[in-house]
Design a binder for this molecule. Structure first.
Ligand code: SF4
Ligand code: MG
Length: 341
């Protein structure tokens, strides 16, 4: 494989008493260094499970993983846990949604960053401590020489998120995965954290995956967007293409929930009416059909019986979407609902 990261037909299935939960069911994407991919979907879409598989965190669980994850020419799905462990932190690193769950309350922030460094580098405690101070400085923590001695609870929410980013980046990973990095933060701090991720990416030249339920979050930072539904890809393309010409009715729903389009932050809460599908028994045909208000535009009830293939969008290189609507029907729908994009 030539891409820096090349995920092919990834499947993550969990056996349960009620049946097999197909959290991720045939997902493929590629990513180059220096670029950011946004993976967007509501809870249960498979976006977080995809990211856990990238870090090999399913190993040792009952999850059945198939497909291929090529990272810098190495295949990760089949990699033994002890080899995967050596890659975590150094080659691929993760920023979790809740820094409090990732930072230990009984150790200072500095000690934890230093320890993350010492796991992979033969350095003295003093050198590791200096590295921790340097990282805190880089992520914009004021007075890092003092704050390095603080405990997590002495940091504000935004500062803890910064500290966790510092810990994730301390070994200079080639791939950084951020799962809902801003959800718990207020809007101003969210913007600062996204700016920070963007700056650090330029500085470190790493590849970044931002996982979020909020399409608005990734349009600011992502070069490409992958929209997931029910463990599958439903739309994938450059951010520009997906924003300029969204193809899937689910993406339309996500876009309408973006504040600068909807004009009202309060409308963001329930972007698409209805509930996420069961991952044990996905609806037949198009998995989105129970929630789709446009299936009447498709002839012969195809939406309920025939699963739409991912098809290239006419006039683009790499924009694909899975929906039975014809280009003409989409044009008419766009016309009816005003200038959507
Ligand atoms: Fe809606 Fe049919 Fe398209 Fe699915 S295939 S998104 S149900 S129009
Ligand atoms: Mg999640």
């Amino acid at each position: 494989s030539t891409a820096f990261l090349d995920v092919r037909d990834l499947r993550v299935h969990f056996p349960t008493e009620d049946g097999v939960v197909k959290s991720v069911d045939g997902v493929s994407f590629t990513l180059e260094k220096g670029r950011t991919l946004g993976i967007v979907g509501e809870s249960g879409s498979g976006k977080s499970v995809t990211s856990l598989a990238l870090l090999g965190l399913h190993k040792g669980t009952r999850a059945k993983v198939s497909g291929e994850i090529w990272l810098e020419g190495r295949e990760l799905v089949a990699l033994p846990e002890h080899e995967m462990r050596a890659l975590r932190g150094t080659t691929v690193s993760m920023i979790f949604q809740d820094p409090l769950s990732a930072l230990h309350p009984f150790f200072t922030v500095g000690a934890q960053i230093a320890e993350a460094y010492r796991v992979h580098h033969k350095v003295s405690r003093k050198e590791a401590r200096e590295r921790a101070v340097e990282m805190l400085k880089r992520v914009g923590i004021p007075q890092p020489e003092l704050r390095v001695k603080d405990y997590p609870h002495q940091f504000s929410g935004g500062m803890r998120q910064r500290a966790m980013i510092a810990m994730s980046l301390v070994c200079d990973p080639a791939l950084l995965v951020a799962d809902e990095p801003t959800t718990a933060l207020d809007v101003t701090v969210q913007a600062q954290i996204l700016d920070l991720i963007r700056d650090l990416q330029e500085e470190f030249g790493s590849a970044v995956i931002v996982i979020t339920h909020d399409l608005g979050v990734v349009t600011e930072v992502a070069d490409d967007i992958l929209v997931m539904y029910g463990g599958r890809r439903i739309e994938y393309g450059t951010t520009r293409d997906v924003l300029m010409q969204p193809e899937h009715p689910y993406t339309w729903g996500l876009l309408q929930s973006m504040p600068h389009i909807a004009g009202d932050v309060g409308q963001r809460l329930n972007p698409v009416p209805g509930t996420p599908p069961s991952l044990i028994n996905l609806p037949g045909g198009c998995a989105f059909h129970p929630r789709c208000t446009y299936k009447g535009w498709v002839t012969e009830g195809r939406c309920t019986v025939e699963r739409p293939e991912l098809r290239p969008v006419v006039g683009t290189d790499a924009h694909i979407a899975a929906c039975h609507l014809t280009a003409r029907a989409k044009q008419e729908i766009r016309g009816e609902s005003g200038n959507r994009s």
